[in-house]
Design a protein around this ligand. Structure first.
Ligand SMILES: CC(C)(C)c1cc(CCc2ccccn2)cc(-c2ccc(S(=O)(=O)CCO)cc2)c1
Length: 238
């Protein structure tokens, strides 16, 4: 099949993000800022031209779902309004292929910042895990801000945010007893969520950091609970 003009960028960034997600948080100056059961959220304090762009890395372990199921829910437009609480509107502006879409999303305004939107390509991929043979394959979704001639930034009411996000999931199977079916109690999904978001436009650092600290733990908890709920009565999809 002919590859899209964005394909080289999509391939490069997806693999870069996969490498970044697999780095242990021991390396670098990550600070733990939220913990909830098996969820650990880390951040680094970074600014880009005076704007807070704190990189975030969240690690979570969720029972009863596979990495394929979690990544598919994160990638697919039809589920997004079910878990993305701050979403006001979402459009698929380009259907590059069955594993790559371009989204335009407007988010609800969060006081005192102005309303924001995001234009990004989203790519889902299964990655063979050459290191760890008995573990299942890894699944990754990578979201990366992009441009589109029909949706220029900062022309309407919204301030454009710039994001690089990845969700990397690994399925672990607890082998059931002899010739028994694998059921959802036997599977666990190891999730790593990384994001760097430039909020665009002016927003006070203290306010943004408070928003990050409050919103991100809520987001991951809501998203993973949504996945468990969506999958519980369906056949397991590895
Ligand atoms: C807080 C900040 C980091 C600047 C932020 C502000 C807003 C704008 C709306 C908003 C949300 C929460 C708090 C304030 N404003 C959105 C996002 C954001 C958008 C998308 C994704 S995603 O992982 O690609 C899932 C697809 O929706 C993650 C984060 C982040």
């Amino acid at each position: 099949a002919i590859k899209h003009r964005l394909w080289p960028e999509i391939d490069r960034i997806t693999l870069e993000q996969l490498h970044y997600a697999r780095l242990e948080v021991g390396t670098g100056s990550w600070q733990l800022f939220a913990e909830d059961g098996d969820m650990r959220m880390y951040r680094r304090e970074e600014e880009a031209d005076g704007l807070v762009v704190d990189p975030l890395k969240a690690c979570h372990v969720v029972k009863g779902v596979t990495g394929h199921e979690v990544c598919k829910i994160f990638f697919s437009p039809e589920y997004r309004s079910g878990w993305e609480a701050t979403l006001e509107d979402m459009t698929v502006v380009e259907n590059i292929s069955n594993d790559t879409l371009v989204f335009l999303q407007t988010h609800k305004r969060i006081w005192p910042a102005s309303q924001r939107d995001a234009l990004f390509w989203s790519h889902i991929r299964k990655v063979p895990d050459e290191q760890d043979v008995e573990a299942q394959d890894l699944w990754i979704v990578c979201n990366q801000s992009t441009e589109h001639p029909e949706y220029p930034a900062n022309t309407g009411k919204c301030v454009r945010i710039y994001l690089t996000v990845c969700l990397v999931c690994q399925t672990l199977v607890n082998p059931p007893k002899e010739n028994e079916e694998i059921n959802r109690e036997d599977i666990t999904c190891k999730i790593t969520y990384c994001s760097v978001v430039n909020p665009g436009g002016w927003a006070p650092a203290a306010v943004l950091r408070a928003v990050y600290k409050r919103e991100y733990p809520k987001f991951l908890k809501r998203f993973t609970n949504f996945c468990i709920d969506q999958c519980k009565d369906k056949p397991i999809e590895f």
